[in-house]
Design a protein around this ligand. Sequence first.
Ligand code: HEC
Length: 409
Amino acid sequence: MHLNELLDVILRWAHLIAGIMWVGNSMLFNWLDRNLEKSAELSRLSQGKIFMVHSGAFYDVEKKLLEPGEMPAMMHWFKWQNFSTWATGISLFIVVYYMNGAGVLVDPSVHDVDKGVAITLSISALVTGWIIYDALWRTIGESNPRLATVISVVMLFGSIFAFSQFFSGRAAYMQTGVLIGTLMTGNVWFCIVPSQHELINATKAGRPQDPTLSIRAKHRSIHNNYLTFPLLFIMVSSHFGSATSSKYNWLILILVMIGGAGVRHFMNIRYRGGGKELPASAWLFPAVGMGAFAIAGLMIVTRIDRATVPEIEKPVSFSRVQEIVANRCVTCHSARPSDTMFPAPPVGVMLDSPQQIKMMATRIHVRAVEQQNMPFNNRTGMTAEERGELHRWFIDGAKIVDSPPDPSR
Ligand code: HEC
């Protein structure tokens, strides 16, 4: 196995596990918070109790502040799940998008830019993104959170547009995802964890905790809550070529992000505390509506932007198709690819023999004619004419009959 692929599999696997642990924890604590039951018998410092059944016994959990001196010796924190998600994610981003000559980050048909410039831009967008966001929320955000929210959303959507003009489609999505993940991780380590430290110190000293820190932590955890669903969409977006390689890929991403955050919103308001829930009509239908908004945005925009190919008058022979595929696709899609970026055929797709081409005909048509996002970043320089020829061959039935007779038969 090639080193790059080895790093890819290790990091991707670890990233998935860490991400599930982090997001899972955060969902569980959100749910707990919203379902706490308050009652008169509880102590002054209690914020509510909850009773659960899981794994063969009952859990009797209380959320509360502590009297000074009540501090237990053993305390469980939940911060490493977030850190390991971010660390594996950033490393994976480097392996996939920066290594291999940044061949996945840069698409010359979007913007022909030097790989060093592209990598520098990608890194500086992450660093300055955090600095601006954090500064915004430490200043305007503290006095006028609504205004800061509007500014943040405008800046995020603006960045998506800028990334889409500069990076390859997939990279524009992933760069947005890494930016969001970095902001969320910054929120945990620079705002939420310090607020928890302050809570512990204040409890030990028997004084009230500094409200600025806890309000800041509250804002940031709300942001993390709303960013989760959009982030998860981005993480699987490279499977949706018609979204990432569309001319309006930025608009699609913005619509999906609005829909994803909307679904989360209606899930959030579902629980009213004390075991009470809103009726399904008040949260489930709007949540489904927001999901539908996201998916419809995805479909409508990719439809509007459907690529066209030149009309080919005469039927196209299979030997011509084989020639096109050999020149434009087989550098990667072969048992032994010649493109050094792909030591093994990408996603196992090989187009060496007529039978393999026949078997993949529909996907070849989808990727090279409808979506036009194959060849990958058009590294082999396929022409519009050639796409037209593939289309003509496909609509005539994708036949391989005029191929030379197989000598082994
Ligand atoms: C520079 C390398 C490269 C070249 C050249 C290339 N591909 Fe790909 N192909 C990839 C990579 C990477 C993937 C996996 C990522 C993806 O699906 O976008 C892939 C995936 C695919 C898939 C499988 C995924 C699916 O949607 O079913 C098909 C089919 C495909 N390519 C067709 C083609 C065709 C047809 C050509 C020639 C016109 C071509 N590719 C040229 C790199 C390449």
